[in-house]
Design a protein around this ligand. Structure first.
Ligand code: ADP
Length: 427
């Protein structure tokens, strides 16, 4: 099928040829007439080509140039395509402007970064919250936000969790920073001012810490009196011997709960400010081996397999309470004679702390909830063994601060494995 333009051109050529034949027949100048016709035809096409070229170069491409035949069809098609493209580009521009306008209204700071962490654009809040200025577009984000924690976070490429820090730019503000990868290695840096939220959480933490602290002294006094009454022989022992012992057991439990609550709030309070140090875990575990044996009254069979010289970067005291909690659980939830294996070793990209016992085990439905505060599988058993219900909550919290994970594998009646995987530090 011939296109419209070619058809029109053919019509023109055929009509002109007939006219020329008639003219040549009238005059008898056949050769000159045809030579003249070819010249005119070439000149006409050259002129159309020239106009088409000028029109293509020109800016006003929406209007058609005066052209005829094949050329008019070609310019029409080109101009139609051009307008469709312009419309598409306009729509894209509109959409991108709309997105930017919407992002300006978001109450969080948003900065778009390319694959090299160079700032592409940012919203209004970024100016007040992070101090990003117009002239920073094209610079690396690390040269604008120089906070070491942020630089480290960006380098780590671990963006599944946000980073909470005290803002360097706006003193006394607490911010939560999160990098969200998007579109071909680009990233969105989203920063929220969580000062009020953080302060509320702080008030709650302070309240628990203060209440626990305040309860400590009266409880110590009560326990002192109880001990004296138990240890002093006399008439009162006949009627009060058993209740006094119950009172002492319960006061010991209260003391353990208070201590655990204080540990939890200390760990939470330190989460922004504390600095990691190299922790000599093997040394810690050797001490723990002695304590664990005493805790189980030498009734359990312990195996400690510790990779010597395998240290870790972290927070010493919280790590100690993780190890202590897991080992003391293994002791408390295993019958006398039970085997308890404690391991500290490196495996691929992780450093692993593992406690395996051959004790009571836990049925599957409880496992996801074990790290909740005060969650106990068997309340009575936990009470008898002196449990506070906070041990695994402490473990979970400390592991989160180390970007570590807790895996629990257990078979009811057979035993459990509690495994902590610490990522090996890159630096
Ligand atoms: P608790 O102080 O009651 O032991 P934890 O937070 O340490 O509190 O543990 C929560 C619950 O998980 C415990 O009450 C217990 O039922 C269960 N648990 C923890 N460790 C073990 C274990 N090694 N074997 C069996 N059950 C366990």
């Amino acid at each position: 099928m011939l296109s419209n333009g070619v058809k029109r051109e053919l019509t023109w050529v055929v009509t002109s040829t007939w006219l020329l034949l008639f003219f040549a027949w009238l005059t008898g100048f056949w050769v000159e007439t045809f030579a003249f016709f070819i010249l005119i035809y070439i000149a006409r096409n050259l002129w159309s080509m020239h106009k088409f070229e000028k029109w293509m170069e020109g800016r006003k491409q929406s209007s058609y140039p005066p052209a005829s035949g094949f050329w008019s069809e070609l310019t029409y098609l080109v101009s139609k395509k051009q307008r469709a493209l312009e419309k598409h580009a306009d729509l894209n521009l509109y959409k991108s402007e709309q997105f930017k306008a919407a992002s300006m209204l978001i109450p969080d700071a948003i900065v778009s970064l390319d694959q090299r962490n160079v700032i592409e654009w940012f919203n209004t809040v970024s100016k007040s919250l992070l101090g990003v200025r117009r002239q920073d577009v094209g610079s690396k984000i690390e040269s604008v936000i120089r906070q070491p924690e942020f630089v480290q976070y960006l380098k780590s490429q671990k963006f599944h969790k946000p980073l909470t820090v005290n803002s360097n730019y706006r003193q006394s503000r607490t911010v939560e920073m999160q990098v969200i990868p998007y579109f071909e290695n680009h990233k969105l840096l989203v920063v929220r001012d969580i000062t009020e939220l953080y302060q509320l959480a702080q008030i709650r933490r302070d309240f628990i810490a203060n209440a626990s602290h305040e309860l400590r002294t009266p409880l110590t006094v009560l326990r002192g009196y109880l001990e004296v009454m138990i240890d002093t022989p006399g008439e009162h022992h006949k009627a009060w011997g058993l209740p006094l012992e119950h009172m002492e057991t319960q006061s010991l439990r209260m003391q353990a709960i208070i201590e655990d609550l204080l540990t939890l709030s200390t760990i939470e309070a330190e989460s922004i400010t504390a600095v990691k140090e190299v922790v000599d875990v093997p040394l810690m575990l050797h001490q723990l081996e002695i304590d664990a044996k005493q805790l189980g009254n030498e009734n359990h069979q312990f195996t400690f397999e510790v990779e010597e010289a395998l240290t870790i970067k972290g927070y010493a005291e919280p790590l100690k309470s993780v190890f202590m909690n897991l080992v003391s659980n293994a002791v408390r939830y295993s019958p006398d004679g039970g085997e308890i294996d404690v391991r500290w070793f490196k495996e691929n990209a992780n450093i692993v702390f593992e406690v395996q016992d051959s004790g009571l085990g836990i049925s599957q439905e409880h496992i996801p909830r074990l790290t909740e505060r005060f969650y106990r599988v068997d309340k009575d058993r936990s009470r008898v063994t002196g449990g506070t219900g906070l041990g695994l909550a402490i473990v979970k919290h400390v592991l989160e601060r180390h970007n570590a994970r807790l895996y629990i594998d257990s078979v009811l009646g057979k035993g459990s494995v509690f495994r902590c995987e610490f990522p090996v530090a890159k630096s």
